[in-house]
Design a protein around this ligand. Sequence first.
Ligand SMILES: Cc1ncc(COP(=O)(O)O)c(C=O)c1O
Length: 329
Amino acid sequence: MTLISFAGPGKRDSELEQAVAAGVLINAESINELTRLAAIAQKLGRTARVALRINPAFELKGAGMRMGGGSRPFGLDEEIVPDLLDGWGRFGSHLAFEGLHIFAGSQNLNGESIAAAQRASYQLALRLAEHAPTPIKTLNLGGGFGIPYFAHESPLELAPIATALTEIAQDAAQRMPQAALHLELGRYLVGEAGIYVTRIVDKKVSRGHTYLVTDGGLNHHLAASGNFGQVIRRNYPVAIVHAGEIKNTDKKVGYGDTAQSQRNGNTTNTETASVVGPLCTPLDLLADKVDLPITEPGDLFVIFQSGAYGASASPQGFLSHPTVSEVLF
Ligand SMILES: Cc1ncc(COP(=O)(O)O)c(C=O)c1O
């Protein structure tokens, strides 16, 4: 079953008003937000559908970005939620409690740890459900399904997740019979479906090192520059397309820091270069010391795994360069 929900810290009053009017489920992130939401729903004469986003005490092990456990700006700490639910009446009659949202982290390639987080989330939900004013109708167990970006990474193993979800669904059918279970996937659905393409506009050598300068950089693709949650900067998988002629479409070309690339099967026609964007900052680095086919201005530089956190997660206004075009095939 599909669910439209509205999560995230810092929701504006105007956004909450629209969400209430549209009847979507609002995942509340704080007590203050619940209080504002109650007032908004009362003003509109509507009932707001609410789930509580919980910041669990446990962490999602192996996640690229942890969004639960410890102190977080996301959600309500699980320790305060029993009292909050016991006193739900204080929010008046315009908030309809529907369930819980537990999103522990993002970009995880370890199926066992996602499964462990799902089991822990379900157990937490069972405990909190004892305090809920009404039976749980929605239980969002989060997501965190990662995709491989770098040479040392492997695709996510789904089998342990399937086992955990089967167990949870069977148990929930008995102990939480009114609850619809939801997962919340982002990059796993679209990340591998998109590429970023930029043109080489200049080639230069500085003290022995070759730079290929592109017309788009971190302003279009912050994640590929390593400035979006990477602790150690690594190269995304990349390829070169010669103007009008495909030089090499092998996805492994340029994959990682030391990948070998070929041009028309000839491994000698390669060079090691750094690919940099047009911004006046050393952060604007799309590929560092990568082996590529001999490349000239006019050729295209391609970055794979770019279907998520590309345009929408990049500072497109930086230095007023043209924004990136998004094309659907
Ligand atoms: C609440 C929530 N749901 C879903 C996502 C999507 O995450 P991903 O694209 O890693 O699956 C995020 C990302 O941070 C998130 O914060």
